[in-house]
Ligand binder design. Structure first.
Ligand SMILES: *[C@@H]1O[C@H](CO)[C@@H](O)[C@H](O)[C@H]1NC(C)=O
Ligand SMILES: *[C@@H]1O[C@H](CO)[C@@H](O)[C@H](O)[C@H]1NC(C)=O
Ligand SMILES: *[C@@H]1O[C@H](CO)[C@@H](O)[C@H](O)[C@H]1NC(C)=O
Ligand SMILES: *[C@@H]1O[C@H](CO)[C@@H](O)[C@H](O)[C@H]1NC(C)=O
Ligand SMILES: *[C@@H]1O[C@H](CO)[C@@H](O)[C@H](O)[C@H]1NC(C)=O
Length: 688
């Protein structure tokens, strides 16, 4: 699934199309606040009561405006229901957007992907501002709030950068940002969802190469090697602590994370996870300590008698602020943080400046990006089982769509069920995007009862889905057509495929940044004046987030190194008509080159063929065809035997039919091609 950054023009096009499509179902889908009486669709939420209550709290604290972001205290991409404060206040559930409330007005800022949704979900208490930049919010605040008046915010929900962007505009205008560590929304939200009571789990040894003790030692070594001599590392992103200790939880849908921070010092690790930040819920500290069962305490060497640098203490999630404050108060300390995932609440404590060492990403996030041998092996394994599920889906759709009974939702449920039958499966890694015809042209479309289309042989269909497995996280998109695609559809599909292939087969010096390769994914489309409005790929984790920073093709991603996994996912979207995306996951591996050393390339670990019907082979270069044939041969040799082992014989036949070589004379190997065939193919590829 692509990460959501949008070229402005593409975003506008998509927003336009979204209006067209969503209106189709129920006529008037958005609210109309100028009508008398105002028209509210059934999807709108009455927010009068929460606004009255919030305004009362604001008055009591002499706050003139209150900012409500949509993130959590770990700046997570996906949040738990209990962190959906902005959604609870506004009714708007989209993943991006900021709300601000004053005594007289309430405004939501969100980007074009979500305008239509906001109009359907918000009541007339709320205005929608379509310029979602921080600049637009601060301009509005300066108009609405007088000099000297206070603008309240929760420092746990502001990244350092976001806070500085607000402050840079508001401070010169004499509007004061007032940090309120007790969130006002939480105070009002009586039926706020609880933290899940489930215990944390430790990864099985079979998927782990490095113990947490080894990882801690690696990070400590990086601290010792760092010229600025940090004495501690503070970890705020949820996957950082989970990775370091080889632990997983289930606090956030689709993500095996648990609420946590870690303070790792050169001689002591303080790890205060597991309880809610809210003082109101202090009683639960005990309950959430219970989420660490005895065997995990042993795993973590939590014991009063444990001595030495590898004993973990569990002070409680709430304790991170006092512990950090006490640590920073000591002379001679310096705390290393990754600014991308640290909140203003923690950052503000680390003063004076000489006690702070910042980098964009913490050393843990950088280390985690390069998978060790075991992580690489098991992540490849997870992709084999995942490919079984996707092949089952494609085979099933081909058989059943002509019957006219299948829908976007039944297809999504089918692939989810197939995944759940695979070993180690832990559910989906994100909400399945199952989109037919014009729905596939929408950003972030997932089918609902209202929007769901019946699948038809004359429409293109896009399915972007992924699984969580104990050994890895997967993410794959395939686009198919069961009837006769138009010439334009074939051309667009083939050019998207060319983009995928060109990135996948490129050879580059170690340390090359994704941003410098990215245009290879667009070039074939650009030649026709076509493009796509999202990123070209993102890191993926080992039973972690499906979007794993900081690997990928954007300007703020780190250079590629051997052992990193990334998705490669160019696309093309024609508004009100169809959408194409072809997404594979690949690992960075050494490349054999005739001369220099230290060159790298990608090895695709996703093992599902593309739709032959949509490929115009005449557009492909000989190198691209050879690449495709080698890829198909690899799919046959790895996935064929797996399908047989799982007794999926029809699916295996389907696979053979759909992985026939494109080049005449290429070896039409059976499901168990000899190693020699592979070597010959790869040799041919390298010779070119
Ligand atoms: C809202 O209602 C008013 C009054 O009935 C009408 O003039 C206007 O066109 C409506 N706006 C939309 C967007 O439907
Ligand atoms: C919204 O809720 C308030 C009370 O919380 C009620 O007075 C009001 O009538 C409701 N508005 C609508 C449009 O239902
Ligand atoms: C801000 O306040 C200071 C002191 O009260 C005053 O000198 C200054 O002119 C004010 N600036 C603006 C832009 O209002
Ligand atoms: C969590 O672990 C504790 C202690 O081992 C155990 O008593 C409890 O039943 C576990 N809770 C769940 C939900 O598994
Ligand atoms: C969607 O429809 C199905 C089947 O009619 C129903 O079981 C389900 O509850 C509906 N979901 C929603 C969110 O309305």
């Amino acid at each position: 699934m692509f990460r959501s950054w949008w070229l402005l023009s593409a975003a506008l096009v998509l927003a336009g199309s979204s209006m067209g499509v969503l209106r189709e179902g129920n006529g008037r889908s958005g609210r109309n606040c100028t009508a008398h009486p105002p028209y509210l669709p059934p999807t709108a939420v009455n927010t009068t009561a929460q606004l009255v209550a919030l305004r009362r709290e604001m008055t009591a604290r002499d706050i003139h405006a209150y900012i409500i972001p949509g993130t959590d205290a770990h700046l997570s991409e996906y949040i738990a229901p209990r962190d959906a404060r902005r959604a609870w206040m506004t009714g708007f559930t989209g993943s991006a957007g900021t709300a601000v409330v004053t005594q007289t007005r309430a405004v939501l800022w969100t980007d074009s992907r979500y305008w239509e949704q906001a109009e359907r979900q918000m009541d007339c208490n709320w205005e929608l501002d379509r310029d979602s930049s921080i600049n637009s919010i601060t301009k509005w605040l300066i108009q609405e709030v007088l000099t000297g008046q206070q603008i309240g915010f929760d420092p746990f929900l502001f990244s350092i950068d976001t806070f500085q962007a607000f402050d840079a505009k508001l401070a010169p205008a004499n509007r004061t940002l007032k940090s309120l560590a007790n969130n006002l929304v939480d105070k009002l939200w009586v039926d706020r969802p609880q933290i899940r009571p489930d215990n944390l789990t430790c990864l099985p040894d079979s998927v782990v190469e490095r113990t947490w003790q080894q990882k801690v030692e690696e990070i400590r070594q990086q601290m010792r090697d760092n010229p600025y001599k940090p004495t501690a590392v503070l970890l705020s992103a949820l996957d950082e602590t989970a990775w370091l200790f080889n632990l997983r939880g289930n606090d956030i849908p689709y993500n095996p994370f648990f609420y946590s921070y870690t303070l790792l010092t050169l001689d002591k690790i303080w790890q205060p996870p597991l309880t809610p930040r809210l003082r109101l819920l202090l009683l639960r500290l005990f309950v959430h300590n219970q989420r660490v069962p005895e065997e995990l305490r042993a795993h973590l060497s939590v014991s009063p008698t444990c001595e030495g640098p590898l004993c973990v203490q569990l002070p409680g999630y709430e304790e991170v602020l006092p512990h950090l404050r006490a640590y920073v108060a000591q002379p001679g300390v310096r705390v290393w943080i990754g600014t991308e995932y640290t909140t203003q609440a923690l950052y503000a404590i680390i003063t004076p400046q000489e006690k702070l060492l910042t980098s964009n990403y913490s050393p843990v996030l950088i280390s985690k990006a390069v998978k060790d041998e075991k992580e690489q092996t098991v992540l490849r394994d997870a992709h084999i089982r995942d490919a079984v599920a996707v092949v089952q889906l494609l085979h099933w759709l081909e058989k059943n769509v002509p019957g006219g009974q299948e829908t976007e939702l039944t297809a999504a449920r089918f692939v989810e069920k197939c995944r759940s039958n695979q070993k180690f499966n832990k559910g989906s890694s994100f909400e399945t995007i199952s989109a037919s015809g014009p729905n596939a042209a929408l950003a972030h479309y997932s089918p609902t009862n209202e929007t769901c289309r019946t699948l038809r042989v004359e429409e293109m269909y896009l399915v972007d889905s992924g699984g969580q497995y104990l050994d890895g996280t997967t993410d794959i998109t395939r686009t198919v057509h069961w009837g006769t695609p138009t010439d334009f559809q074939r051309e667009a599909y083939t050019r998207v495929l060319m983009g995928n292939i060109e990135i996948s087969r490129t050879i580059f010096p170690a340390g090359t940044r994704g941003i410098n390769i990215e245009m290879l994914g667009r070039r074939a489309l650009w030649e026709l004046g076509l493009n796509y409005g999202h990123g070209t790929g993102h890191g993926v984790g080992n039973y972690f987030g499906v979007h794993e920073w900081p690997v990928g093709f954007q300007s703020n991603n780190i250079p590629f190194q051997e052992g990193m996994f990334t998705s490669i996912e160019p696309g093309y979207y024609k508004e009100n008509d169809f959408g194409i995306r072809i997404e594979d996951v690949a690992v960075v591996v050494p490349a054999k080159t005739k001369f220099g050393h230290g060159y790298l390339t990608f090895d695709t670990v996703t093992l599902v063929p593309y739709d032959r019907k949509l490929i115009k082979t005449s557009l492909l270069s000989p190198e691209q065809l050879l690449y495709l044939d080698a890829y198909y041969l690899k799919i046959r040799s790895i996935l064929g035997p797996e399908l047989k082992t799982q007794k999926l014989h029809d699916e295996c036949d389907w696979l053979m039919r759909n992985t026939e070589p494109f080049l005449s004379g290429a070896t039409a190997a059976g499901p168990n091609p000899t190693a020699t065939t592979l070597v010959v193919m790869v040799g041919l590829l390298l010779a070119l």
